[in-house]
Write a protein that binds this ligand. Structure first.
Ligand SMILES: *Cc1c(COP(=O)(O)O)cnc(C)c1O
Length: 367
């Protein structure tokens, strides 16, 4: 008897990624016409206007393939971040670079060290490569536990992901802690510092990770994205910094045209849009302060955040509360999939959205 077409076994262990529920689905399912989404850490200010203009002007060039090497785009990133172009990787979102890192460095039985409550794409692509996830618990204050991660390293460890600030907790590990960690990790283990929210960090203790790249360190790779503070989640542009050997390796497997023409021009223009970034960061900070003060009033515990989302502790009824919010047209993210079943993650929206979320929450909790 034929067994039919079999997927390769790495895929069997993948838990599917559950994205934020789309607005249209919630409208349809609940018969609502006004729904807000605070579930995917998108920028409520919109798209960087400079990026928007650059994309409009580039539309006419869409008969051409993009520059696969991203020469101009990578040069601009190199200049902006004071590294060499050979140290700059680009991808179809930071997600894509996580996929490429997995393909490049993992094989059957290799181990990947991650926090139990972190970005799920690390697991998905590592599992696809038939690597084994080794997960460490959070610290008592919901931080990534770098000591536990260092202790989890074995001869089979190939990659370590340190999401900093961490999604979904919003917490940050300090420059000193990261430095001590980097010096503890063996040279044959690649440390990926995922800094998707770097621009929003509000601390003098945040690591200057690019310094490790500039000094030529071979086992540190820094991941960034245009999806969050630049408001370009829909066009898909991620980038990373690492030793030229690592960048060259990623280029060997990168689909040549996966960073499209619009993405490249948008990225270059957005880098110059300091005004948009500054406004996004200050809006975000104001929204964050508002949520903190309302959570305090409602007696809800939360983790102080360095990002554009806040993790709040709701308790055993977290999923019910999230469902009740949906009925009121407010989409936020449950955290069971992040091993935090009593928590909910809310993205910081525009102020009217934050207020609507809080009003709905107050109604549900009856406080
Ligand atoms: C949003 C996010 C990314 C991915 O961003 P894209 O560039 O949109 O793929 C990567 N890492 C973390 C921690 C994120 O939250």
């Amino acid at each position: 008897m034929s067994k039919g077409i079999q997927q390769q076994p790495g895929l069997d262990s993948i838990k599917p990624y559950i994205p934020g529920k789309p607005i249209e689905d919630v409208k349809r399912e609940y018969g609502l016409d006004d729904v807000i989404k605070l579930a995917s850490n998108e920028n409520p200010r919109g798209v960087s206007p400079k990026a928007l203009l650059a994309m409009k002007e580039a539309l006419i060039r869409l008969n051409h393939y993009p520059d696969g090497s991203g020469y101009e785009f990578r040069s601009a990133l190199a200049k902006h971040f004071d590294v060499s172009m050979e140290q700059v990787a680009i991808g179809n979102g930071a997600d894509d670079l996580i996929l490429e890192l997995s393909m490049a460095y993992l094989e059957d039985g290799d181990e990947v060290v991650v926090s139990r409550s972190s970005f799920p794409m690390y697991d998905i692509y590592a599992s696809a490569m038939r690597a084994v996830m080794v997960k460490t618990p959070l610290t008592h204050d919901l931080g990534i536990d770098l000591d536990a991660m260092a202790q989890a390293i074995t001869d089979r460890t190939k990659l370590i992901y340190v999401c900093n600030p961490n999604n979904p907790t919003g917490t940050m590990v300090s420059a000193d802690a990261v430095d001590a960690f980097i010096h503890r990790v063996p040279e044959n283990v690649l440390i990926v510092l995922d800094e998707a929210y770097a621009e929003m960090v509000d601390s003098n203790d945040y690591p200057d990770s690019l310094a490790y790249v500039r000094e030529g360190r071979k086992n540190v790779f820094v991941l960034r994205t245009f999806s969050k503070v630049y408001g370009l989640a829909g066009i898909r542009i991620g980038y990373g910094f690492g030793h030229p050997d690592i960048v060259a390796t990623l280029f060997r497997i990168k689909p040549p045209f996966n960073v499209n023409v619009l993405a490249q021009v948008a990225g270059m223009a957005a880098l110059q849009d300091a005004d948009f970034v500054a406004k996004s960061v200050s809006d975000n900070k104001a929204g964050r302060e508002y949520l903190y003060s309302e959570f305090d009033r409602l007696g809800i515990a939360y983790a102080p955040s360095h990002t554009n989302f806040v993790l709040m502790k709701v308790g055993g009824k977290a999923l019910e509360v999230q469902q009740e919010l949906l009925k009121r047209g407010v989409i936020i993210r449950p955290c069971g999939g992040y091993d935090l079943p009593e928590h909910l993650r809310v993205s910081i929206g525009a102020m009217d959205q934050n207020k609507r979320f809080i009003d709905a929450l107050r109604g549900i909790l009856g406080r």
